[in-house]
Design a protein around this ligand. Structure first.
Ligand code: FES
Ligand SMILES: [Fe+2]
Length: 365
C-alpha cells in the first residue's frame, strides 16, 4: 500500500528535508473526542495537514487534507460515514483507503481509471483517547508491517485517566530536551507543594539503554518531592519510579507503591518546525481526585510552557548553545538516538545505540 497518492506530486508539497522530523513513527494527531459522528476534524503533524474522521463502523482514518485533483482541503467536503466528497468537483474518496471511488464529471466514454487515484492517506489507530497517525515519509511506501501505536500501561481494572495538552512555540528537539531536562525543576517548578529552591541536593541516577531509547532504572523517587512522601506514608510500601524515553518523542513514567500505581506519558508532538505540543495522559488507581491532579499538572505544564516561550525569544537569534555533563547527558543521548536512527534509515543498516551499557549520572537539582 502506498500512503501517498498514486498520482505524481511536486516537491513543493513536501516539507523541506531539513525540518528535523523523524518519519515512520506514530504520532497523536488529536484527541478522539474531537471527531463526532460524520464530522471531519483537521490536524497537522510534521507540517502535513490532515483531515480525520471516523467511519460508521467506528474506524478512525486520516488523509492528507488536500484533494489530489486541485489541492483544495478535503476537510471542506462532506463525509457520509464511508466516503468523503470533495467540495470542488465532487470526487469521492474512500475514507479508510483514500481510494477514489467516483468522479462525477466522467461520461461513459471516459477511460480514466478512477480506482487508481488515491488521496494521500495514513495508517490510523485510536488508543488512550487519542487518534494516532503513522507518518510515513513523503513519497515512500509503507513498510510491510508496522508496530502498533503506543498504549499507556495500566495495572488494574479500575482507574482514573486524564489528558492535558499544551502548545510550545519550539522545534520538537527543544521540546524534548526540555521535557527530559533534570536541572530546571528547582527553578521553573518551584512551589510550596512540590519543592523549594533550597531543597537542591546531589542526585545520582542509573540509566540503561532500551530499544530506541533509555531508561532511568527503577529507583525510589526524590525525597524532596512532597507527593512521593505522601504516597509512601499512605501505602507503607516503598515507592519505585521508572522513567523511559523512546524515539521519536515519548517519555513514560511508572510509579508503583504496594497496590497503588500511577502511569503517565508525555508525547512531544511535532506540528511544524516552529511548533510542538505536549500531549500528556495520566492514569492512576490512587485515591487522588482527577480535579486536584489536573490543577497541579496544569500549573506544571504552564510553567514549562512559559519558560519555552521565553526561550523561543532567545532562539530567534540563533545563539550558540551548550550541552553539559552530566545534567544534559539525556539530551545528548536523544540527539545520538535521533542521528543514528536517521543514519540507519539512509543506509538501510541496523540502528546503533549511542549508549554502550548502563551509566550513572550525577547532578544537583
Ligand atoms: S479539487 Fe477536489 S474534486 Fe476537484
Ligand atoms: Fe518541566
Amino acid at each position: 500500500m502506498n500512503s501517498e497518492s498514486g498520482a505524481e506530486r511536486d516537491s513543493a508539497e513536501t516539507p523541506a528535508a531539513d525540518a528535523g522530523f523523524l518519519w515512520d513513527f506514530w504520532y497523536p494527531a488529536l484527541r478522539s473526542t474531537k471527531i463526532r459522528g460524520n464530522e471531519l476534524a483537521t490536524a497537522m503533524l510534521l507540517e502535513i495537514p490532515l483531515v480525520l474522521g471516523r467511519t460508521k463502523d467506528g474506524k478512525a482514518f486520516a488523509m492528507r487534507d488536500s484533494c489530489p485533483h486541485r489541492g483544495i482541503p478535503l476537510s471542506y467536503g462532506r463525509f457520509d460515514g464511508t466516503t468523503l466528497e470533495c467540495s470542488y468537483h465532487g470526487w469521492r474518496f474512500d475514507g479508510c483507503s483514500g481510494r477514489c471511488v467516483e468522479i462525477p464529471s466522467l461520461t461513459s466514454q471516459d477511460k480514466l481509471k478512477v480506482e487508481r487515484i488515491f488521496a494521500g492517506h495514513f495508517p490510523c489507530e485510536e488508543h488512550d483517547g487519542y487518534v494516532w497517525v503513522y507518518m510515513n515519509a513523503p513519497r515512500t511506501r509503507l513498510p510491510e508491517t508496522i508496530d502498533a501505536a503506543p498504549e499507556l500501561k495500566t495495572f488494574s481494572a479500575n482507574y482514573k485517566i486524564t489528558h492535558l495538552e499544551c502548545d510550545l512555540p519550539s522545534h520538537i528537539d527543544h521540546g524534548i530536551i526540555g521535557l527530559m531536562d533534570p536541572a530546571h525543576g528547582p527553578f521553573v517548578h518551584q512551589s510550596w507543594f512540590w519543592r523549594s529552591r533550597k531543597s537542591i541536593h546531589d542526585k545520582e541516577k542509573k540509566f540503561e539503554p532500551i530499544p530506541n531509547g533509555f531508561r532511568m532504572s527503577p529507583h525510589s523517587p526524590s525525597t524532596n518531592s512532597a507527593p512521593y512522601q505522601v504516597l509512601k506514608r499512605m501505602t507503607g510500601a516503598p515507592v519505585t519510579t521508572t522513567i523511559d524515553f523512546v524515539l521519536p518523542n515519548l517519555r513514560t513514567e511508572e510509579i508503583r507503591s504496594g497496590k497503588y500505581w500511577f502511569s503517565s506519558r508525555a508525547a512531544v508532538t511535532p506540528v511544524r518546525r516552529d511548533l510542538c505540543r505536549i500531549d500528556f495522559v495520566a492514569a492512576w488507581n490512587l485515591p487522588l481526585p482527577v480535579g486536584i491532579f489536573r490543577m497541579f499538572a496544569k500549573k506544571f505544564l504552564r510553567q514549562d510552557q512559559e519558560t519555552m516561550i521565553q526561550q523561543a525569544e532567545g532562539l530567534k537569534h540563533n545563539p550558540r548553545l551548550m550541552l553539559i555533563d552530566d545534567a544534559d547527558r539525556p539530551a545528548k543521548w536523544y540527539f545520538g538516538l535521533k542521528a543514528n536512527r536517521l543514519e540507519s534509515r539512509r543506509n538501510g543498516t541496523p540502528m546503533v545505540h549511542p549508549m554502550d551499557g548502563p551509566v550513572t549520572l550525577r547532578w544537583r537539582s
